[in-house]
Design a protein around this ligand. Structure first.
Ligand code: ASP
Length: 722
């Protein structure tokens, strides 16, 4: 008997599903259950409780959601946060003028008083999370129709969140995981006084620009520093000169020891969105229709902006943020198409779908539950693709980086309606619009905008069939015979929405009748109407069907693969990815090493090319080999790669070694494996991180801001690699 129990126990241990070592974005509360063993086998020296705990200070207390879509981490007990330069970019840009061009020259606050506040910027800290699937589904029964079921779930979700925050200043949300097969309660503390502390010049923070973005080898010093402020009780408060630096429960010690190939690393952060379990229909749609169309139109917009920014610092301040945002997606999609093709991504999914079908067919109950999932996908995607393309393309054309004045004009529709109803709230709305317009014009130049207008209108006519073009577009097209260049001058010189002074003067004596006659208001209204009446309802009903189907399909995949642990798609909640530092084979005969150095920065140096113009001071430090304690083998390490599974949103995430010390700051992924949002490729999917020693070197030797290093906790010593 004893022996039998022993065998059963052994079998159970053997059969218990376990997570794999590289692919996956894991849920912090479940690390103990599914991951810690594998992590420790791969070199991790701490416990699951050190990563996530509600009983003591743990690493999760040092990781923050920075703004809406990036990660940051505390690196001092005085609320100092490090994130990427590209995450702090908007704030740095907002504080930049031609006189104080912090994008071009960098910014270093020499004291707390010099730190710059950023209205609207938040830092969110997870207090705790909890599986509440049971509570969310309370009262849901098998026979319930969808509407009733959704109503019960929504009521439960509201009650759970309200209960969780009762008597606290926390914010709570219940979020679906595994495409709605599981629910977690997320309780957060949100800080609103976040100040800019330091940023290197773009020639370091964005070194390599769009040319190097998504590419390894990389030499970008992609970091910026912020500080969280709190009230005298260490609680969140709106900006006030009385606020004091926040004292986080935990901050990361920073390791000077660096990483070697094969070392364990983990990335703890807020990955945004992945689509690991989607059917082949979805991937085919993205790869063959959506991405190519977006790549074409964005490529055009980016080249117009690039040309205008060259040699014009003011236009650069205005458009660099916009063009970076466009180019980031544009280049990633090109990479995704290529890496999906190289991996035969669609075909692999099809093979999986064949196996899935065979598994379903082998059992009558499975046939009943899952038998027509794939057929339904086929049917929905046949028409979904058209609506999806029109929706995406219309916003590329009439949104804030296309026909720019139309996007501003569109914001006036509420004021027009209020005027017609003689609403007493109109004054307030006009005040709001004044501020909105100021923001708009800070990223606008009329000459650039005219060129964008002509380019996107041309592409719209070429790529969107007449049935799906907006009526206002067709009218304009007919009136100028498709020659938008010939009307641009006239429209831009007359419209209310193309000139800041004109618009501000108009806002002093607002007249809704003039707004509704404005050509850009008409274009915006027509686009909004097309989307509202013809696209959104169709997309919406298909999206609802797809959401149900995706949930069922994933449940079926999990049943089929019950011998392995699944990780949920990214959904902007805190996740842990782990793996090892390693290089990769890029293509025939080309192997990429796992790290880069300052020598590589100088190799790329070219004052003629904006993206590669190394600042004089950095060049001098390099030539003098003035590397201080950050030297390794007579050089300074700059970036490294590992096979940690990351995505957008992981920008700025801490990269930690086996002891949980900060060795890097995650900022990108390598080109060849960039389709990892859809399909992780263990051979080539690599996350790119900034070596923390380069950060320290820049702060200390380049910027002379060593006083910031004094508030950090440094451990270990830089070592020469053998
Ligand atoms: N560079 C990326 C971003 O822009 C990070 C990533 O997707 O790996 O968010």
């Amino acid at each position: 008997m004893k022996k039998q129990i022993g065998i059963i126990a052994l079998l159970l241990v053997f059969l218990a599903p376990e997570a794999v070592a590289d692919e996956g974005m894991w849920i912090p509360v479940l690390i103990e259950k599914y991951n810690i063993k594998v992590m420790q086998e791969n070199g991790f020296r701490l416990t699951a409780e050190d990563i996530y705990s509600i009983n003591k200070a743990s690493m999760k207390d040092a990781v923050v959601l920075f703004g809406g879509g990036c990660t940051g981490e505390f690196i001092s007990d005085k609320g100092l946060i490090i994130t990427n330069h590209h995450c702090g970019y908007g704030s740095i840009q907002n504080h930049s003028t031609l006189e104080h061009d912090y994008l071009a020259d960098g910014f270093w606050a020499a004291s707390h008083e010099e730190e710059l506040s950023n209205p609207g910027l938040t830092v969110t800290i997870l207090k705790y999370m909890e599986d509440v699937t049971g509570k969310v589904l309370e009262g849901v029964t098998d026979g319930m129709d969808k509407e009733k079921r959704d109503a019960v779930i929504n009521a439960n979700v509201t009650a759970i969140a309200a209960e969780a925050t009762k008597g606290t200043h926390y914010l709570a949300a219940v979020r679906p995981f595994f495409l709605g097969n599981q629910y977690f309660l997320i309780v957060n503390e949100v800080f609103r006084d976040v100040r800019l502390v330091g940023a290197p010049p773009s020639a370091i923070g964005k070194f390599g620009g769009d040319t190097d973005n998504w590419v390894w080898p990389r030499h970008t010093g992609d970091f910026s520093l912020f500080r969280v402020y709190a009230d005298s009780e260490n609680k969140p408060a709106a900006y006030s000169a009385e606020n004091v630096p926040y004292r986080p429960a935990y901050h990361f010690p920073i390791s000077l020891a660096g990483v070697n190939e094969g070392d364990f690393t983990m990335v703890f952060g807020y990955p945004g969105r992945t689509q690991q379990y989607a059917p082949s229909d979805h991937i085919r749609m993205l790869k063959d229709v959506i991405y190519p169309n977006q790549v074409e139109i964005r490529g055009k917009k980016i080249s117009i902006m690039e040309q205008a920014m060259t040699g014009n610092p003011l236009v650069r301040i205005k458009y660099s943020g916009k063009s970076f945002g466009l180019a980031n997606g544009w280049k990633k999609w090109i990479g995704e198409i290529q890496s999906l093709d190289n991996m035969n991504g669609v075909e692999r999914k099809e093979v999986f779908e064949k196996e899935f079908t065979a598994w379903v067919q082998a059992d009558a109950e499975r046939i009943r539950r899952y038998g027509n999932i794939l057929d339904q996908y086929d049917e929905i995607y046949k028409s979904y693709v058209d609506y999806y393309l029109v929706s995406v393309y219309t916003s590329e054309v009439f949104g804030s980086s296309g026909v720019e004045p139309a996007s501003l004009a569109g914001a006036f529709s509420r004021a027009v309606e209020m005027a017609s109803q003689k609403s007493p709230e109109l004054e307030k709305e006009l005040q709001r619009l004044k501020e909105y317009a100021a923001g708009f014009f800070s990223s606008y130049d009329q000459e650039v905008s005219k060129k964008l207008f002509v380019a996107v209108m041309d592409l719209y006519g070429k790529n969107i069939g007449p049935d799906w073009q907006t009526p206002a577009y067709r009218e304009l097209f007919a009136s100028c015979n498709g020659d938008f260049g010939s009307v641009a001058e006239r429209l831009f010189s007359r419209s209310l929405f193309t000139d800041e002074k004109r618009l501000n003067a108009f806002l002093e004596s607002f007249d809704a009748k003039k707004v509704v006659k404005d050509p850009f208001y008409i274009l915006a209204g027509s686009a909004a109407e097309l989307i509202e009446t013809r696209v959104r309802p169709e997309l919406g009903s298909r999206d609802a069907r797809l959401a149900d189907l995706n949930k069922l399909y994933l449940a079926a995949q999990m049943e089929q693969g019950s011998d392995r642990v699944f990780y949920p798609d990214a959904n902007s909640t805190l996740r842990l990815a782990y793996g090892k530092v390693m290089g990769y084979d890029s293509r025939d005969a080309v192997y990429y090493k796992h790290f880069t150095t300052l020598t590589g920065v100088l190799e790329k140096d070219n004052p003629e090319i904006y993206d590669y113009d190394v600042p004089d001071r950095l060049r001098e430090l390099c030539l003098a080999k003035d590397f201080g304690r950050y030297a390794v083998n007579g050089d300074v390490p700059v970036c490294f790669i590992a096979n940690n599974h990351t995505t957008g949103g992981n920008s700025g995430s801490p990269v930690l070694n086996a002891e949980g010390h900060l060795v890097g700051v995650n900022f990108d992924r390598a080109w060849e494996g960039v389709a990892s949002d859809i399909m992780f490729n263990p051979k080539q999917s690599r996350n790119i991180s900034l070596d923390i020693r380069y950060v320290l070197f820049i702060i200390d030797r380049f910027a002379g801001a060593g006083y910031l290093i004094n508030e950090m906790t440094l451990v270990g010593e830089s070592q020469n690699t053998p």
